[in-house]
Design a protein around this ligand. Sequence first.
Ligand SMILES: CC(C)(COP(=O)(O)OP(=O)(O)OC[C@H]1O[C@@H](n2cnc3c(N)ncnc32)[C@H](O)[C@@H]1OP(=O)(O)O)[C@@H](O)C(=O)NCCC(=O)NCCS
Length: 152
Amino acid sequence: MKTRTARAEDYSLIQALLIASELPVEDLPENAPIRFLIVEYPGAQFGGCIGLEVHGRDGLVRSLAVQSNLRAYGAGKTLVDAVQRLAATEGIERLWLLTTTASAFFLQAGYEIADRATAPELIRRSLQFASICPASAICMTRTLRPPSGDAA
Ligand SMILES: CC(C)(COP(=O)(O)OP(=O)(O)OC[C@H]1O[C@@H](n2cnc3c(N)ncnc32)[C@H](O)[C@@H]1OP(=O)(O)O)[C@@H](O)C(=O)NCCC(=O)NCCS
């Protein structure tokens, strides 16, 4: 399997998969400021997707889903690894996400549970944090590289 940046013609498949996976799509017009990656199998079979919103030095990981018949074969982890590489190339230092379904998956992928109130303001103002995801969703975070703060 391989990952690549989503193209305009991929968005109907992405949207259908997110709906089938009971994930939010209401803030997903094609021109939303969200970078999507997809995973493909031989023959260009669409396997799944993941989205990244860039909010300054922080990133919001969202819309991770794998086709139900292709789960548990590593595609989810492949997508998370790919979005982390994309985020790092965008200069993002920390990733955030909200999940009601996959906290165990993300713990295994190196994310830790965080108090939602500790997320930076730009992340808290994203639609996912501000209105779409329920208050009961678990907030998780992962540092990609140390902040380039002043040395003491
Ligand atoms: C969550 C999801 C993307 C995982 O995709 P996947 O392709 O099945 O995951 P992988 O095969 O890459 O799994 C990687 C590891 O995580 C584990 N894992 C997968 N799903 C898990 C889950 N729900 N809970 C705990 N561990 C999980 C796997 O066992 C595997 O462990 P291993 O490396 O020790 O074998 C997929 O189950 C899915 O699409 N779910 C519905 C949508 C959803 O809930 N998305 C999350 C929104 S935040």
